[in-house]
Design a protein around this ligand. Structure first.
Ligand code: PGA
Length: 246
């Protein structure tokens, strides 16, 4: 299954999200019927339930954009992985660069979030990526620092499944994408670290960062690509539809 994960970020408040889904219901229905393709919509927490209800008859999944690192307890303002799983979320994005930046999230918290999600069988979409386009060696160094602590923690859990989304920060929302062969090298490196540290863990690799209807054809050629994490272009149904159809 090739994944198309729509990361709506904080761009779709309650009514807008509801209207967007209702207006494009048949479009989403058609996309959800495409063989070997899976649509995952990731709205804000408050929109999750209404989208699950609106699309209850469609073969598409709903995910969250974040979760708490804790199981439960006195953590005002947080949303637990248990809650997301019980609601019907199948995926949850963790470690997105915007969360790392604006909520000062670090590896320790991200590891705990991945564990919380695995415990309740919600698939984590772990985002990693380097800040600047400063060459492959720099990129690998940053990725190692983000992935190694997580892989070390999950290696003892046996055969689990996670998605890793490679999102170079310099590509998010900028319209600039790395060359295909650069991404392939990065993917190769991620598989190498995973094979060494946690060979039992099954990993799907996603690419995210300025994926749009114009570059999707080229980006789909990336070897070992399991899907896309799409921000801006997922807010416009026509663009999102083209990305999925191409
Ligand atoms: P973008 O965002 O597609 O707008 O670059 C991707 C993301 O941040 O997940």
């Amino acid at each position: 299954m090739f994944l198309y994960v729509a990361n709506w970020k904080m761009n779709m408040p309650f009514y807008k999200a509801g209207d967007f889904c209702k207006e494009n219901y048949y479009g989403f229905e058609n996309l959800s019927k495409l063989p070997d393709k899976k649509i995952v919509l990731c709205p804000s927490y408050t929109e999750i339930m209404q989208i699950l209800i609106l699309f209850k008859d469609l073969e598409l999944e709903v995910g969250a954009q974040n979760c708490s690192a804790r199981i439960s307890g006195p953590y005002t303002g947080q949303v637990s992985a248990v809650s997301l799983g019980e609601m019907g979320c199948v995926y949850c994005i963790v470690g997105h660069s915007e969360v790392r930046k604006y909520l000062s999230e670090g590896n320790c918290e991200i590891i705990q979030k991945v564990l919380r999600l695995i415990e309740v069988k919600v698939t984590p979409i772990l985002c990693v990526g380097e800040n600047e386009d400063d060459g492959i060696e720099w990129g690998k160094k940053v990725l190692f620092s983000q992935l190694e602590p997580v892989f070390e923690k999950i290696k003892s859990l046996g055969s689990k499944y996670i998605c890793v989304a490679y999102e170079p920060i310099w590509s998010i929302g900028t319209g600039i994408t790395p060359e295909v062969d650069y991404i392939e090298k990065i993917f190769g490196y991620i598989f190498e670290i995973a094979k060494e540290i946690c060979p039992n863990v099954n990993i799907t690799l996603l690419y995210g960062g300025s994926v749009n209807e114009h570059n999707v054809k080229k980006m789909k050629c990336i070897a070992n690509l399991g899907g896309f994490l799409i921000g801006g272009a997922s807010l416009d149904f026509k663009k999102f539809e083209k990305i999925v159809q191409l």
